[in-house]
Write a protein that binds this ligand. Structure first.
Ligand code: PLP
Ligand code: FES
Length: 406
């Protein structure tokens, strides 16, 4: 991968992964020579493009044990979430107008739900436990006779926890409720078999699994059949569910990325596990450092930690040599600390001083060692400047202090 010296060490695979060079190679001919429109029925330019798109559809389907006819191309997981949730809500609204989701979902789910609320639907946003897991009892209690859809993500993008999708799916089946799963962060990391998994709709992204950006897919179950109202109108592509000329090179890229993910998942996971353990071992003897999210129900690719007695903004400034993501508002477009960490019950301070490190196919041991050294150095430096840290070290119970009111 690119080891250009001026760029920080890339520990942000959760934001996006590099496109695998094998994927890029597979895409180029479809940009360069074979530029036909896959919907052109009257000549070979169209036929060859269509064949490439269908082969890619098979590869995407194969990674999740689906029938290729259950795969609808979209522009990414955001569009897939919109199509799944709005599409099903609009189609089944005569059955009921109540939907359920979880407070730690991606904004592409939460904001879609908010839009449906504006359209007259009712939505329950469920709390999670301190470890980020959704409790089955909480879910059961939220189900109503008019609940038509439940949306729960497979792997959380911020804290990496894996929800109990088979268990939630079984409950949905029992109650006759449509189950949507955002699996953007799960493909290539968690084995998925739609032949046995009771899930009706599943959002897939390409660029979190070493494919190109700008393409994704929605799995739509055929048996029992799930119906969706189209959200994009036009030429009736994708069996009327999603109009628009298919980007052949993008489809081919996602197909190749998912084909490689199927072949290399075990190897990728073993490597991520070893690097995860190395990173945790390198930091775990530090005081007042907390892992966010369940300790074992998680993908090894994600390590999200909070550093107490450290000012989040200064930490981010200090570790510029590492490309990580943080719970601090100062590094994101929003002005609030991570709503996911807040949903776990973390204080504003701990949510602010958190780092999300996400690793993948090209992360090296040397990079992990560099990350450990950089973090240790900066945390120690910042704590030296912190009066609160000094008080903590002196054994003063900070919770008993009466702070002057401002
Ligand atoms: C869980 C999850 N869902 C949805 C998305 C949105 O994906 P995209 O921006 O590719 O549409 C992301 C990407 O951050 C994600 O992590
Ligand atoms: S640390 Fe920057 S806004 Fe909180």
């Amino acid at each position: 991968m690119d080891t250009t010296p001026h760029l920080p060490i890339y520990l942000d695979y959760g934001a996006t992964t590099p496109c695998d060079p094998r994927v890029v190679d597979a895409m180029i001919p479809w940009l360069r020579e074979h530029f036909g429109n896959p919907a052109s029925r009257s000549h070979a330019w169209g036929w060859e493009a269509e064949a490439a798109v269908e082969k890619a559809r098979e590869d995407v389907a194969a990674l999740i044990g689906a029938d290729p006819r259950e795969i609808v191309w979209t522009s990414g997981a955001t569009e897939s979430n919109n199509l799944a949730i709005k599409g099903a809500a609009h189609f089944y609204k005569s059955r009921g107008k109540h939907l359920i989701t979880v407070k730690t979902e991606h904004k592409a789910v939460l904001d879609t739900m908010r839009e449906l609320e504006r359209q007259g639907f009712e939505v329950s946003y469920l709390d999670v436990q301190e470890d980020g897991m959704l409790s089955m009892d909480v879910l059961k209690a939220a189900i109503r006779p008019d609940t038509i859809l439940i949306s729960v993500m497979f792997v959380n993008n911020e804290i990496g926890v894996i929800q109990d999708i088979p268990g939630i799916g079984a409950l949905c089946r029992e109650k006759g409720i449509i189950f949507h799963v955002d699996a953007a962060q799960a493909t290539g990391k968690v084995a998925i078999d739609m032949a046995t998994l009771p899930v009706d709709l599943m959002s897939l992204a390409s660029h979190k699994t070493y494919g190109p950006k700008g393409i994704g897919a929605l799995y739509v179950r055929r048996k029992p059949r799930v119906r969706l109202e189209a959200q994009m109108h036009g030429g009736g592509h994708e069996r009327g569910m999603r109009s628009g000329t298919l980007p052949t090179h993008q489809c081919v890229g996602m197909g190749e990325a998912f084909r490689l993910a199927r072949l290399e998942m075990d190897q990728d996971n073993a490597k991520a596990r070893a690097l995860h353990d190395r990173l945790i071992n390198g930091l775990k003897d530090m005081e007042q450092v907390f892992l966010n999210g369940h300790a074992s129900q998680r993908v090894p690719h994600n390590i999200n930690m909070s550093f107490n007695f450290v000012e989040g903004e200064s930490l981010i400034m200090g570790i510029k040599g590492l490309a990580v993501s943080s719970g601090s508002a100062c590094t994101s477009a929003s002005l609030e600390p991570s709503y996911v960490l807040r949903a776990l019950g973390r204080s504003d301070e701990l949510a602010h001083s958190s780092l999300r490190m996400t690793i993948g196919r090209w992360t090296t041991e040397a990079e992990i060692d560099e990350a450990i050294a950089t973090i240790r150095l900066n945390v120690a430096k910042l704590r030296e400047l912190s009066p609160l840290w000094e008080m903590y070290k002196d054994g003063i119970d900070l919770s008993t202090i009466q702070w002057a009111a401002h």
